[in-house]
Every structure is written in structure tokens, then in C-alpha cells.
Ligand binder design. Structure first.
Ligand code: PLP
Length: 393
């Protein structure tokens, strides 16, 4: 195709494998977090791979999940909701599971339940518990009740007659393997203190996807995905949650590997390359999350002369397509010195928080998708150090 626009390469069999891998390792329901990648073709593939539950946060996500999977169970796990959206969820989408971290949210839900003449016992309300620990995106500063507050909320919910449950979300791309254990310890404390019989536990998302690493930085030692899941199963048993109905809300770990992105080098200027994508398009997550992406060099065969050593893999600062001065990636691409104007780069593991975060800023909006059989990880090895950090297999 020799594309001048960014091209998303969708690898459906990789997605099916990663869904199956997670579902097999987690001893409960797998509820895919739609915000990670809500493209219809992705949701459809996830539903086809056997996922029957979706974590949704807005009317557009209700509709997208329903469209992809008409009988899917939708969990409305945004702790802060518009009154009209709660009504839409209950009345039009048959949603019966919601989360919250404040008593005013209980009041909002109760108002709609009364207006619709529903029985509170038909609704499961998850109290979102604050967690602590290290992740690329730490969310407990924004959401979650303190343990003491969660105790009160559980008691209030149970008192009204809703089904009480507990959830947490440790953040995205965890960097600390103990993080689930600490959250479970806290959940156990809340359960004991409240004296409320929980009807379910939702351990959220955060499971790390494999990315590249920067050789100039100390390599982070993270257990592989099988070990993380084995620890989680063990911790669930040790904290006495294994007999409860369990839910997880994976996003990144399911979709990251399923899409790669081919971008073109519009200009090389010294150790900088300008590409036709950027932070306002597919690369926003790698920018804010300071993620090193695996990058594979695809030379333009039309270029006859090159300078530099093809075996020397060096960091290139990556400038995005827009006229915005902040549109420069926070981590370099590691590529052969010979990379030049007109070449292509295949960026791997870009399925999470890429298409869902792209904007039309400055008129650049990547929207070309092709289906590809060969997984990114099976092609020629990505150049040099931009290899994969946390994969077991
Ligand atoms: C974003 C989000 C997820 C998915 O997070 P990942 O890190 O992509 O697994 C799950 N649950 C909630 C509540 C979220 O906000």
C-alpha cells in the first residue's frame, strides 16, 4: 500500500488468544472495559471470543456494547454519573449493576429506582474502594471511598435493600505486583467492619500489557502475566473472597497486542523524526504514560542511499503530525541509524487507548484499518532494545 496515512493493523487471532488467556486465568466473570478500545470491530471480536459482560461508563458505551453483543450484561462502573444517564441505563438498557463512592450517588440512583417503581433488591451496587500503590495511571486520587467511608456506604446500601458489593480499580498498567493483595486486604477490612454480607467482588482492571523498555533506564522487574494472575488467585483465596461471585474489568491486557500501527517518517532532522501520527492521534497513551513502544523499521525500498550504520540502534525523538509544540513523544523510538524520510515504522501493542483517544485536532485523524494474519510479535524482531518487557510466552 505504501501508505502516507497511518494504518492500523488489526490482528483478530491475537485478540481472541488474549481474551481466552485472561478468561482462563481469572476465576470469575471477565467484563471488558469498553473505554480501552470501543471500536465496533474490536467489541465484536471480543464478544465472539466469548466475553458476555462489558464495563461501560456512558450512553455511547452502553450503545456500542449492546450493538456488538445484544445479550451482553452491562456493568455501569463509573462512580460519578449524570442523573439522566442513570435513568437511561436502568430504563432503556436494563442495567442492574452500578458503582459509586459517595452517598449522594446512592441518592441519585434511589430517586430513579423509585421513579421507575423498581425493587432495590434487583440492583447490585458496588462501592468503589480507594487503593494505594504504583501504576502508570494511579486513579485513587480521583475515585474511591476511604475504607471507613466504604463501610458506611455498604451499610447504607444494604439498609435500603440494594445488593451490596465491593469493587476497586488499582489504576492502569500496574507497576507493583503486590497492589492487588493490598487492595484485597483493605476490602477484607471493610467487609469485616461493615458486617454486611457482600454479594460480589470486582477487582477492576490494571493488568499490565507488554511494552518495550528503554535500555538507558533500569529494567523494571515485573512478573509475567501468568504469575500476576496466579498470585491474584492465591490472594483471593487467602483473603477469603474465592467463594464470592468475582468480576474483573480488564482493558489493556486484552486489546494492547491486537493492533499495530504503521506510520510514515515525514522528515528526518538529525536525531529527530517527524511522523504522520502523534499525541493527539494514536500515541496519547504512550505520551502521558511514558511508555516505550516496540517499533519495527520498514525501509522504503525506493531510497537507494542511506547514511549511518544499519546495525547501530539509536534513540530517535519522535515529533507528531500536528503543529502543536507539545506533540513530541515522551519516549524515543529505538531504530537503526539509517532510518530516513519516507521510511515506515510499525509500532506494536498499540490496541489500548489509541483509537479511543484520537482527536481530529489540526485535521489529522487516522482511520484506516486493515486485518492482518501475522501477529506483530511473529514478524521480524522489533529493532534492538524495543523488545518486549513483560511477556511470558
Ligand atoms: C479504565 C478502567 C478499566 C480498565 O483498565 P485497564 O488498565 O485498561 O485494564 C477497568 N475498570 C475501570 C473502572 C476503569 O476505569
Amino acid at each position: 500500500m505504501r501508505p502516507d496515512v497511518p494504518v492500523y493493523c488489526f490482528h483478530p487471532q491475537v485478540l481472541a488468544e488474549d481474551v481466552a488467556h485472561f478468561a482462563q486465568a481469572f476465576p470469575g466473570k471477565t467484563a471488558y472495559a469498553v473505554k480501552t478500545n470501543g471500536e465496533p470491530f474490536v467489541l465484536k471480536a471480543i464478544a465472539d471470543a466469548g466475553v458476555k459482560t462489558f464495563d461501560v461508563a456512558s450512553p455511547a458505551e452502553f450503545a456500542a456494547a449492546r450493538e456488538a453483543s445484544p445479550n451482553a450484561e452491562l456493568l455501569y462502573m463509573h462512580p460519578v454519573k449524570a442523573q439522566s444517564d442513570i435513568r437511561l441505563a436502568l430504563e432503556s438498557y436494563g442495567i442492574r449493576t452500578l458503582s459509586l463512592d459517595h452517598e449522594d450517588e446512592v441518592a441519585k440512583i434511589l430517586r430513579i429506582v423509585r421513579a421507575l417503581d423498581f425493587d432495590p433488591a434487583d440492583l447490585t451496587l458496588f462501592v468503589r474502594l480507594q487503593t494505594k500503590g504504583s501504576a502508570t495511571y494511579e486513579l485513587s486520587k480521583k475515585f474511591g471511598a476511604t475504607p471507613a467511608h466504604a463501610v458506611e456506604l455498604l451499610q447504607r446500601i444494604a439498609g435500603i435493600g440494594f445488593k451490596p458489593a465491593l469493587c476497586f480499580h488499582v489504576g492502569s498498567q500496574i507497576e507493583d505486583p503486590e497492589i492487588y493483595e493490598r487492595a484485597l486486604g483493605s476490602a477484607d477490612w471493610v467487609r469485616a467492619r461493615s458486617g454486611v454480607e457482600l454479594t460480589a467482588l470486582d477487582v477492576g482492571g490494571g493488568f499490565p500489557a507488554p511494552y518495550g523498555y528503554d535500555p538507558r533506564r533500569k529494567k523494571r522487574i515485573m512478573p509475567d502475566r501468568d504469575e500476576i494472575m496466579a498470585r491474584l488467585r492465591k490472594d483471593l483465596t487467602e483473603w477469603g473472597f474465592a467463594d464470592l461471585p468475582l468480576i474483573a474489568e480488564p482493558g489493556r491486557v486484552i486489546v494492547a497486542r491486537s493492533i499495530s500501527l504503521i506510520v510514515r517518517v515525514l522528515l528526518k532532522k538529525g536525531k529527530r523524526i517527524y511522523i504522520n501520527d502523534g499525541i493527539w492521534a494514536s500515541l496519547s497513551d504512550s505520551w502521558t504514560g511514558k511508555i516505550t513502544l516496540p517499533a519495527r523499521f520498514i525501509p522504503d525500498p525506493a531510497r537507494k542511499r542511506r547514511s549511518g550504520n544499519p546495525h547501530e540502534i539509536v534513540p530517535f525523538k519522535v515529533c507528531g503530525a500536528t503543529c502543536d509544540s507539545v506533540d513530541i513523544l515522551s519516549r524515543p523510538f529505538w531504530l537503526p541509524e539509517t532510518v530516513d524520510t519516507g521510511d515506515w515504522i510499525e509500532i506494536g501493542h498499540i490496541g489500548a487507548y489509541s483509537l479511543s483517544l484520537r482527536s481530529r485536532f489540526n485535521g489529522f485523524y487516522p482511520d484506516t484499518v486493515v486485518e492482518v494474519k501475522t501477529p506483530f510479535d511473529e514478524g521480524d524482531k522489533p529493532e534492538g532494545f524495543a523488545a518486549i518487557e513483560t511477556m511470558a510466552d
